[in-house]
Design a protein around this ligand. Structure first.
Ligand code: ZN
Length: 114
């Protein structure tokens, strides 16, 4: 049963979509503690990766279950209302992920998806 109001729900969605999510921050702290240095949402790298390590020429993307449609993942559910709206959004996201990955490959940047 869905006990969230529409306002709460859209707030949830916004939170899921935002930068500096908990997993991102967690990963950055972990990496920093191990001596890795990186830039965050680097504007000079295609796709503005969540983490970019210049030294290793490696871009790290932290992909949330919902927005990036993990296959077979229970968190990659489709909302029960406005199904078409969400499906379009998801398709666009998947396409964008794919474009970014190809662009980075062309530029010989290593890509890590978390
Ligand atoms: Zn997932």
């Amino acid at each position: 049963m869905d006990i969230k109001s529409p306002e709460e729900r859209s707030k949830n969605m916004a939170a899921i979509h935002s930068k500096n999510t908990k997993p991102e921050i967690y990963l950055r702290k972990l990496m920093f503690a191990r001596g890795y240095r990186y830039s965050v949402n680097s504007k000079s790298v295609p796709g503005h990766p969540d983490i970019y390590m210049k030294k290793y020429n490696t871009a790290i993307f932290v992909h949330g279950c919902f927005w990036h449609r993990h296959e077979g993942c229970k968190y990659a559910y489709v909302p029960k209302s406005r199904i078409e709206f969400w499906q379009k959004k998801f398709d666009a996201n998947i396409k964008r992920d794919e474009c970014v990955r190809k662009e980075l490959m062309r530029k010989k940047v290593k890509v890590v998806i978390v």
